[in-house]
Design a binder for this molecule. Sequence first.
Ligand SMILES: Cc1ncc(COP(=O)(O)O)c(C=O)c1O
Length: 414
Amino acid sequence: MSTAWTSRYAARTKGLKSSTIRELLKLTQNPEVISFGGGLPANDVFPTERFKEACQRVLEQNLSQALQYGETEGYKPLREMIARHGTRYGINAQTENVLITTGSQQALDLIGKLLINAGDRILVEAPTYLGALQAFGVYGADYVSVPCDENGLRTDLLEPTLRSGPKFMYVLPNFQNPGGTTLTTERRSELVLLANKYGTPIVDDDPYGQLRYEGEHLPLLVLLDRVNMPRDSGYTLGNVIYLSSFSKTLSPGLRLGWIVAPREVIDKLVQLKQGADLHTSTFAQVVAYEVARENFLDEHVKKLRIVYRERRDIMLDALAQYFPPETTWTRPKGGLFLWVTLPQGMEATELLAEALKQNVAFVPGDSFYAPNGPTQDGSRHLRLNFSHALPAEIREGIRRLSVAIKKQLVASHS
Ligand SMILES: Cc1ncc(COP(=O)(O)O)c(C=O)c1O
């Protein structure tokens, strides 16, 4: 029904749909449901004592600043900390290259606002992060998708797509959401070389990079980009814009993320962010800084790696124990998700209806593919989060899900 308001909605709102994840999260409010749906960190590992101490210190020593408006770029000590931390991974950024955002979700929105004209082609992975598709979609992005396999983006399939001149590519090299895959070092080098060859800038979204449970940290695209461009030795950040977040390492409720980009890009993003929210909450930034300082964040991340590695292993064991042999799944080296492929003929959305009857939830793979994507589609896939549920719940949830799968299998054969 058209009302005075609905008839006046801007054209850009036309394609907007409510996200499956959000709708699903509503269903999982029921305490009986074990949810592998959202990308939620574990409640039981939030560093609550450290937050209390940090808030106390802010209340006693720094309250006026924390309550006041701040610079759009973000709280300087926090930006300095992020820049310092980045140098460990070869990011080589100065404080001026760092913009604090209201979660990295806002970073994606600002990048869309900065770069996308309606009809611009954006190269994305298939599957990719749903929130990026939502953020870029509002600006009228057209997507070109390149498939992933168990080693991340298929860089061998990239060139024809790059030849068609996408505006930029959006990639998730570390512990991809939703696939849980990690881009190999060889593919990272190939990606950066091809990006240079075709002059296609890269947006590297990396909220999970710190959450590695096995193996060595692989070089960031920013680093490879610099190494590949020795002629620009003074040049710290070229073709790559790097995004990260405190959501998975400290708390998503803080809503704190950041963008590392060349100075001229940061200056433009600052103008756009002023129109969006003036700046990210000063209080949240000051508290996050007080929590993270003196190496606390590094120590906390070590703890998270142990807890999440254990939960990943419990989920992998339970999958091997309960799931029918026709089902396969990824074995992520980090992050929060794994990706299941159902037997031929099964549909993840139909399975979800049955799973909810068994009081277990997940996100069907379809949600993670750009519209007009590649021939490969998500209907036989599901994303499972292993960080949020407790170990006993993970085992029980996988058992329930296996009951739902077996029922669907019988139904599809009858
Ligand atoms: C790949 C990716 N990018 C961005 C975000 C948004 O995170 P934030 O909480 O920092 O806004 C998420 C959240 O799950 C994510 O998985």
